[in-house]
Design a protein around this ligand. Structure first.
Ligand SMILES: *Cc1c(COP(=O)(O)O)cnc(C)c1O
Length: 511
């Protein structure tokens, strides 16, 4: 083919214009989603490595042997730094991300549980603190397990071992703990939980997706949290977080070959090629793997330690600044380069700072923090609404500027009351036939037009064609505090349905 329909330079210019509207992926202004090493040459190396394997199909490492070599290298590095150095019984897979790693950990545990109880009609359970990542809700739904969420201490955000022990039984296929948890960065008591699951023969997964490759090089002494704890049967850690790789790469390590073989799907029962998949995907890219492999080769353990030290210093500095802001408090005792911030309710209302108003004020100044909703636990206690900060190596370069902005944002909203979600909902209910209860009851059967109409009534979906998210250009509203308040006050089933509608409509074609 000679000549494309459009000039390549023109196509790329259009993409660059679209990228310019994205939240900034570099420079430390977005404190979630992106993990910036601050080293452009590392990003460049990763891009070149990914480009080299662009045509490769990771589906078959016997045909594309570079995939097998890189995967062995990456798993070997992960095993070495995550507590399994020299342990021949620890094997692993490279996956497309934390979600896939965790889904596979659940699938393996379920299938092992089943294999030991042939014919059992029982539905196996996952037991985990309520702070466990939502991917375990997804895994339970996808793979047909029950999910037994154990309340955490509302002050520290960490679970008690006794509370987990109460839930254990023969139907438990897997206990999951986090190192640390995403919402509050609480480091669960891994060794103490292993001491009660191990003797019962219950599998124990450590979700170190966010923290694994940071805690592995953390400058402070930590309680044992990784595969060095004998009862830990699997561990997930994301290379596209503190491995600084582009999105699409994570590692799942498993203790014992026989346990890990339950992860695989294999069939010769069709007239095509024999299918043998260690992960959820069939054909898959080798680019993220190659990028992660190249980064590991470039940094080595010393390079990782140096980057982790930067993130750790920035975290200490930010916790000190935020902890010192009158009206805010840091939740619990966070471990690793992340933390959550709540209102200091020990102060009178006029001195309190609402964390969501605070995040909105920071966003107006160009700093993106992540709003997290409140949650009522099974025991009736309430986890507060918070704002989450993930700190990366590049944060250290902007920590002074960021600190100033965070203090100014708090000053701007101190005393402004938390948005009353119930009042918003009450106002809404008046406009709806049958009120909100009728709607909640019907929400399972709400069709997409009904859901879109409701989103429009809430001001979250604009445009006459009803396909556009608010702001016409698909951008979120300026202030997220009211959105989160609404989300928190509506019945969860309804909120979930509305969010599905919103996200689905954002990607619909416009012509
Ligand atoms: C990010 C994360 C996940 C999910 O990983 P993705 O890479 O987003 O699929 C799971 N657990 C924890 C603790 C995480 O932080």
């Amino acid at each position: 083919m000679t000549g494309f329909r459009r000039e390549a330079s023109d196509i790329l210019a259009e993409l660059e214009a679209m990228r310019a509207a994205d939240a900034p992926t570099h420079g430390g202004r977005v404190l979630s989603y992106v993990y910036d090493s601050g080293l452009p040459e590392l990003d460049e190396l990763a891009a070149r490595a990914a480009r080299l394997v662009q045509p490769v199909n990771g589906l078959d490492p016997t045909t594309f042997t570079s995939v097998a070599a890189m995967e062995a290298g990456v798993v070997g590095f992960a095993r070495r730094v995550l507590g399994g150095a020299g342990d021949d019984e620890i094997v692993g897979s490279v996956t497309s991300g934390g979600t896939e790693s965790c889904l596979l950990a659940v699938k393996s545990a379920r299938d092992l549980w089943r294999s030991l109880r042939a014919g059992s009609p029982r539905v196996p359970r996952i037991v985990a603190p309520v702070t466990v990542h939502a991917v375990f809700h997804k895994a339970a739904e996808y793979f047909g397990l029950g999910l037994d969420l154990v309340p955490v201490d509302p002050d520290t955000g960490v679970v008690s071992v006794a509370a987990i022990e109460e839930r254990l039984g023969d139907d438990v296929a897997l206990v999951v703990v986090s190192a640390p948890s995403y919402p509050f960065a609480g480091l669960d008591p891994v060794a103490d939980v292993a001491a009660i699951t191990g003797p019962r023969g219950i599998a124990l997964h450590v979700d170190a997706c966010i923290g694994g490759f940071a805690l592995a090089f953390w400058p402070d002494e930590l309680p044992a949290w990784n595969l060095s704890v004998p009862g830990v049967t699997s561990l997930s850690a994301d290379l596209h977080k503190y491995g600084y790789a582009p999105k699409g790469v994570s590692v799942l390590l498993t203790r014992g070959r026989d346990r890990q073989r339950h992860q695989y799907f294999a069939t010769t029962g069709w007239p095509g090629y024999p299918v043998v998949n260690p992960t959820l995907t069939g054909s898959k890219p080798a680019g993220p793997l190659a990028a992660a492999w190249a980064i590991i080769e470039a940094l080595g353990e010393d390079g990782f330690a140096a980057l982790t030290a930067q993130a750790a210093r920035a975290t200490v500095a930010l916790r000190e600044v935020v902890g010192g802001i009158e009206g805010l408090r840091i939740v619990g005792a966070p471990t690793g380069p992340l933390f959550a911030v709540a209102t200091d309710e020990s102060l009178p209302a006029e001195l309190r700072v609402d964390p969501h108003h605070w995040a909105d004020a920071a966003r107006a100044a160009g700093w993106h923090l992540q709003l997290q909703p409140a949650l009522t636990q099974a025991d009736g206690t309430r986890l507060p609404h918070t704002t989450h900060l993930t700190v990366t190596p590049v944060t250290e370069a902007v920590v002074g500027e960021l600190s100033t902005a965070l203090v100014a944002a708090a000053d701007a909203v101190r005393g402004v009351p938390t948005v009353d979600g119930r009042a918003l909902v009450a106002g809404l209910a008046e406009t709806l036939p049958g009120g909100l209860d009728a709607l909640a009851a019907a929400s399972a059967g709400l069709d997409s037009d009904g859901a879109a109409a409701l989103l429009r009534a809430l001001g979250l979906l604009g445009g006459a064609d009803a396909t556009r998210a608010a702001g016409a250009d698909g951008a979120l509203p300026d202030r997220l505090a009211p959105v989160l308040a609404l989300v928190g006050a509506l019945p969860p089933q309804l909120t979930e349905r509305l969010l599905v509608e919103l996200l689905a409509r954002v990607v619909e074609p416009r012509d």
